[in-house]
Design a protein around this ligand. Structure first.
Ligand SMILES: *Cc1c(COP(=O)(O)O)cnc(C)c1O
Length: 357
C-alpha cells in the first residue's frame, strides 16, 4: 500500500516572509510603534489573571465589544478571528459550494488566491489597468458574465496603496449577486470605510485587523463585520476557540485606548508622508518612474531594475518588498529608518545613472 497526497496538497510551500537579521524592516506593513509602556504593563497584568487551564471565550464577546465601541458599531455584527487571515480561510471554505467561482484582483493580497486554491474553487483574476486602478463597472460586468459567487479584494489595496471611495464601493456591492469580501486591513489610514453600514448589505463581509494601524500583529487578531445572517454563519463555521485567551486579554487594552487610533495613526501617516516626499524628489530627478498615491502606511513605487535596487537595499541592511522587476513596496518606519532608506536609495539610483523608462 502507498499513500499519495491530494494534488492540491502536493506543491504547497509554507508562507515564507523575508527572514534574516536586517537592521531596518520596511517589508511587512507592520506598525513601527509599540503600545505605550503603560499599556504593555497593563497587558502583563491582565495576562497574569488569565485562567490558562480553561478554554477561552469562544465568541470573544468582550474583545468584539471593545472593537465595536472603538468604531461606533454594534458587536452583534462582529466576529473575531485569529488574524483576518483565518477569517479569509473560513469564508472561502464556508460560503462557496464546489465549483463556484471567486473573483479577485491583480495585483492584490496573495492570500486570497491561496485560500481559494485550498478549497479548489476556480479563481478568476481581474487584472488592474496600467495605472493600477480597477474599473468598478468592468468588475461588475465580469462578475455577472462569469457567474462569480464571491469577490474579494483589499481597499485600500495592498500592494498598490491606492483606495476606492465609498460611492464606488457601494455601487459595486449593490450591483452584484456575489458575496463581496472587502478587506479593509489599511482603512485606519484612510477615511472611506463602509464599517458603519456593513450590516445593511446582505452580501458584504468587511474585514479589519489589529496587525497594521493598531500595532499588535503579534497577537493575531482580526475581525469580520457583516449583517446578522452572515455573522451567524461565520460564528458557526469558525473553530470554537480560534482566538486564545492571552491575545483576547492583551488586545482589549489597545482597543480600549483611543490613543492608537488618533496620535499613533497620525505619527505613522507623518512617517509615510516623509517617505513620499523623499520619493517625489527622486521622481522629479528622474530616478524613479512613478509613485502611487498612498492611502496606507506604505509607499508603492515603479522604477527600473526594482530587483537590483531591492538587493542593494538588502545589502545595506534595509529590507522592503519587491514585486517583479518594476515595483517596490516600502512600509513607513521610524524617522531614522526612513532617512536612511532614502539616502541609500538615492545613492544607488544616482550611481546607476537614473535613466527611467
Ligand atoms: C496585512 C494584511 C492583512 C492582515 O492579516 P492578519 O492575518 O490580520 O494579520 C489582511 N489583508 C491584507 C490585504 C493585508 O495586507
Amino acid at each position: 500500500m502507498s499513500y499519495t497526497l491530494a494534488p492540491k496538497a502536493q506543491n504547497l510551500k509554507p508562507y515564507d516572509p523575508i527572514k534574516g537579521a536586517y537592521r531596518i524592516r520596511l517589508d511587512a506593513n507592520e506598525s513601527f510603534l509599540l503600545p505605550t509602556p503603560e499599556d504593555r504593563q497593563a497587558m502583563l497584568n491582565e495576562v497574569a489573571g488569565v485562567a490558562l487551564n480553561r478554554y477561552p471565550d469562544p465568541l470573544a464577546f468582550e474583545l468584539c465589544s471593545d472593537f465595536a465601541s472603538l468604531y461606533g458599531i454594534s458587536s452583534d455584527y462582529v466576529t473575531a478571528g485569529n488574524g483576518s487571515d483565518e477569517l479569509i480561510s473560513i469564508i472561502m471554505s464556508t460560503f462557496l459550494q464546489k465549483g463556484e467561482k471567486v473573483l479577485t484582483l491583480s495585483p492584490d493580497f496573495s492570500m486570497y488566491r491561496f485560500y481559494t486554491s485550498i478549497t479548489e474553487n476556480p479563481c478568476v483574476i481581474f487584472d488592474k489597468s496600467q495605472d493600477m486602478t480597477a474599473d468598478i463597472d468592468l468588475i461588475i460586468n465580469t462578475a455577472a458574465e462569469q457567474n462569480i459567487r464571491l469577490i474579494i479584494f483589499s481597499n485600500p489595496c495592498n500592494p498598490t496603496s491606492l483606495g476606492i471611495k465609498t460611492g464606488e464601493m457601494r455601487r459595486l456591492i449593490r450591483s452584484t449577486d456575489a458575496l463581496v469580501i472587502l478587506d479593509e486591513a489599511y482603512m485606519d489610514f484612510w477615511d472611506q470605510s463602509l464599517i458603519m453600514e456593513a450590516h445593511e448589505y446582505d452580501n458584504l463581509i468587511l474585514l479589519r485587523t489589529c496587525s497594521k494601524a493598531i500595532g499588535v500583529a503579534g497577537l493575531r487578531i482580526g475581525f469580520a463585520v457583516a449583517n446578522s445572517q452572515l455573522t451567524s454563519v461565520l460564528r458557526s463555521a469558525k473553530s470554537p476557540y480560534n482566538v486564545n485567551s492571552v491575545s483576547q486579554a492583551m488586545a482589549r487594552i489597545v482597543l480600549k485606548n483611543k490613543l492608537y487610533h488618533t496620535e499613533f495613526i497620525n505619527t505613522i501617516l507623518d512617517s509615510r508622508n516623509y517617505i513620499m516626499d523623499g520619493l517625489r524628489r527622486l521622481e522629479k530627478n528622474g530616478l524613479i518612474t512613478r509613485i502611487y498615491d498612498s492611502c496606507t502606511n506604505f509607499a508603492f513605487i515603479k522604477l527600473n531594475d526594482a530587483g537590483e535596487v531591492f538587493k542593494n537595499l538588502a545589502k545595506n541592511g534595509i529590507i522592503v518588498r519587491n514585486f517583479g522587476n518594476d515595483f517596490l513596496r516600502i512600509t513607513a518606519g521610524t524617522q531614522g529608518e526612513n532617512s536612511e532608506l532614502l539616502r541609500v536609495l538615492e545613492n544607488h539610483l544616482k550611481k546607476k545613472g537614473g535613466k527611467t523608462k
